[in-house]
Design a protein around this ligand. Structure first.
Ligand code: ADP
Ligand code: ASP
Ligand code: MG
Length: 461
């Protein structure tokens, strides 16, 4: 067992809806206040951009890149105004408010000048896009830090670029573990030791060369877990707008059930296969240091939420949850000559590696390999490269539906039931991974809601 610091400091990550407006930030303040240890330590707070801001920033960058400067400038002003208005509501008039307002204006001015430059250049590089996208979290974290201090919870803003170090894969950068840990120890730990609440923007980091980077959409959860792991927190809390991990996506199934407890592995599979409530990389840092993760509803701070830990009591015998991914592309790769020859699969996967495209699911038959991918930015190049040694066909608009549960490992009948329930739905691919923790099917997008409902009714109804 890893040794824990005596103070049981926790890390609290608040998503976009949990910092959406002054009312949400007031709820956050009370949640943070309640999480102070008796000796006045922590929590460390990680915040997303206010809801809708990241979308607005990305839209703004693309209108500027297309030389629609007026539209981009109007959006910049809306973003500035939304933060200024929230600042005025949350921080009393005086030097603290003046300081916060000048920081907001400085950040918004910087954004405005980048936007102008983009309109001239008519091109948005991933590196510049990261500078634009990061400003949402840089603004919200300054606002939340000042609001906490103003409400009597002394906080300290920490520049996320001084806390999370990443590689230079802009727009979906990977954090560098040891470098990040060192930065957290140097730039965040002292605030905690001095009794202040550090407030860090999620999603954002910087490369070793100091360029602003981001961790990919939804990446604030990942930041929360990195901070938790780096500071050896007792718990990583993900505060959001639902009661916890639910048995299915509430946007597809009307009344999903709360999953009160699940294992790290189950949570990782659900997140990877589309449960948006957790960014797929979140669980890894928690596993590495065996830190429990709790998903909580910021509208109902006293509700129990979902607890994710290394081991879960075997009392629960059913499936844990369902997840789905839309807009999946199936690629069939056929070679009558080559498949049975060794080296074929290596050549296939080398192509995906070359274009840094993750494959979610793989099935093989005697003459073909079928794979699914989510990221189609390099689809044309991939198809061309595969065409050099195989016939390739591509089918867009498919969905992936995944049933997850540790129970699948020792009750094979459940996997059979999953497929049985879907008997009238045409299934394009079926796979049960070696972990035997999930069973995944690929089907037409149009069939997804019905298939999801059938499965949910059977296992959670
Ligand atoms: P935040 O801004 O707090 O990070 P997100 O929008 O990223 O919140 O994630 C929360 C949303 O995830 C919920 O509002 C819900 O619609 C969606 N969601 C999808 N699948 C699930 C699931 N299995 N359990 C809970 N929420 C889910
Ligand atoms: N603000 C970023 C996004 O909307 C990161 C996050 O909220 O997790 O993707
Ligand atoms: Mg999220």
């Amino acid at each position: 067992m890893l040794q824990r610091p005596a103070s049981h400091m926790v890390v609290q990550k608040f998503g976009g809806t949990s910092v959406a407006d002054p009312e949400a930030i007031r709820r956050l303040i009370e949640i943070v206040r309640a999480a102070r240890t008796r000796d006045g330590r922590g929590p460390a707070v990680v915040v997303s951009a206010m809801s809708g801001i990241t979308d607005a920033l990305l839209a703004m960058a693309s209108s500027a890149g297309a030389s629609q400067l007026d539209e981009a400038e109007a959006r910049t002003n809306q973003i500035r105004e939304r933060h200024v208005a929230a600042a005025r509501e949350l921080v009393a008039a005086g030097p603290a408010l003046d300081h916060l307002l000048s920081e907001i204006h400085e950040q918004a001015d910087e954004l405005a000048s980048i936007i102008k430059a983009l309109a001239v250049l008519r091109e948005v590089s991933p590196r510049t896009l990261d500078v634009v996208a990061a400003s949402g979290e840089l603004l919200s974290s300054r606002l939340v830090a000042a609001a906490l201090t103003s409400a009597g919870v002394e906080a300290q803003w920490v520049d996320a670029r001084q806390a999370v170090v990443t590689n230079d894969e802009h727009t979906r950068a990977t954090p560098l573990k040891q470098e990040t840990r060192d930065k957290l120890r140097a730039n965040v730990q002292p605030a905690i030791d001095q009794g202040r609440v550090p407030v860090i923007g999620g999603f954002v980091g910087a490369t070793t060369a100091g360029h602003t980077s981001t961790l990919g959409r939804g990446g604030s959860d990942y930041s929360g877990a990195l901070v938790g792991a780096g500071l050896d927190a007792a718990e990583i809390q993900i505060w959001t707008d639902v009661d916890g991990m639910l048995s299915a996506d509430p946007r597809i199934i009307k009344h999903p059930k709360l999953v009160s407890q699940l294992s790290f592995e189950e949570a990782a599979e659900l997140a990877y296969f589309g449960a948006k409530v957790l960014h797929p990389s979140t669980i890894l840092p928690a596993i590495e240091r065996n830190i429990p993760v709790r998903i909580l509803n910021s509208w109902k701070p006293t509700a129990a939420g979902t607890l994710i830990t290394g081991s879960v009591s075997s009392a629960r015998r059913g499936l844990t949850g369902l997840a789905s991914k839309r807009d999946v592309t199936v690629i069939d790769i056929t070679s009558t000559r080559m498949l049975m020859a060794y080296g074929f699969l290596r050549r296939v996967f080398e192509v995906f590696e070359r274009y840094r495209t993750a494959v979610d699911m793989v099935t093989t038959s005697e003459v073909s390999v079928s794979v699914t991918v989510d990221d189609i930015r390099h689809l044309n190049e991939i198809v061309e490269a595969l065409n050099e040694f195989a016939e390739v066909s591509v089918e867009r608009g498919m969905s992936l539906l995944c049933a997850v549960g540790d129970v699948l490992q020792d009750e094979p009948k459940i996997a059979a039931r999953v497929v049985g329930v879907l008997e009238e739905v045409p299934l394009r691919m079926i796979s049960q991974a070696a972990s035997r923790r999930n069973i995944t099917v690929v089907l037409r997008q149009a069939d997804l809601p019905h298939a999801m409902e059938r499965l949910h009714e059977e296992f959670f109804g």
